[in-house]
Ligand binder design. Structure first.
Ligand code: 5GP
Length: 232
């Protein structure tokens, strides 16, 4: 389609008549381990579009500036056009995934502090973990912008923890991305969904997120539906 601006692993971005707005289309495609593992998960796009709508709407109500304007249909949403800052902000409330593996800490361990990480968004390098000084040296952002993004990330974590906790879900960790709109404002962008977070049932510790795909646990669609139903 001629209006296609960008196609990623899980989403497509289309131009609109308004140069400051884009349509984001959520696909069913799933990838893991930097694209090595691929599959289609039925209805994932529909579920992540709705889950992101709910979470971004709640974040807007709490004053978090973000790109979301409105959901258009089952698979697409209208968003402000932003230039994505090529950094992934990762928050860990519990140890899991790559941190558990890298530092040999048991999954589910709860540290006394909240852990913030940044990764350089670059597929060829496998999105390496970097630090603040690397990000500035690579001219990905300034120290001031980093400070603003960490501060928003911390606020977002507090809001999301509360939303999920009320529904009996532990927010183990998540990844968010920021972008700059045409006024140079930093906005939360991309998505927040079970594709980009680890969500465990508080009582059973059952995984209700993309680890079901990564680790071949099955019932992926059911897990995403469970998340949507609880936060809806
Ligand atoms: P980890 O570093 O343990 O692999 O990931 C930490 C958290 O960030 C997990 O919730 C994971 O889903 C999310 N995350 C990190 N990198 C990516 C990525 O490239 N894509 C997606 N969808 N999520 C990511």
């Amino acid at each position: 389609m001629e209006n296609l601006l960008y196609e990623g692993k899980a989403k497509k971005v289309y131009k609109t008549e308004n140069p400051n707005e884009v349509i984001i289309y959520y696909k069913d495609d799933a990838t893991a381990f930097n694209g090595v593992k691929k599959a289609s998960i039925s209805n994932k796009g529909i579920l992540n579009n709705k889950i992101t709508e709910i979470l971004f709407t709640k974040l807007s109500e709490k004053g978090i500036p973000n790109h979301f304007i409105k959901r258009i249909d089952d698979r697409s949403q209208l968003c402000q056009k932003v230039d994505i800052v090529p950094l992934e902000f990762i928050v860990r409330n519990y140890i899991a995934g790559s941190m558990s593996k890298r530092l040999r800490i048991k999954e589910g361990t709860k540290p006394d502090n909240t852990i913030f990480e940044i990764c350089y968004k670059k597929d060829e390098l496998g999105d390496p973990l970097i630090n603040d000084h690397h990000a500035v040296a690579l001219e990905l952002c300034t120290y001031e912008e980093l400070h603003r993004m960490y501060s928003l990330t911390n606020e977002i974590n507090e809001i999301l923890k509360d939303i999920f906790d009320k529904e009996g879900i532990i927010l183990v960790d998540f990844k968010i991305e920021f972008g700059k709109n045409n006024n140079g404002e930093i906005l939360l962008a991309d998505e927040i969904s079970p594709d980009t977070s680890r969500l465990w049932d508080k009582k059973t510790l059952e995984k209700l997120d993309k680890d079901r795909f990564r680790r071949d646990l099955g019932s992926i669609e059911e897990a995403y539906i469970e998340i949507l139903n609880r936060i809806n």
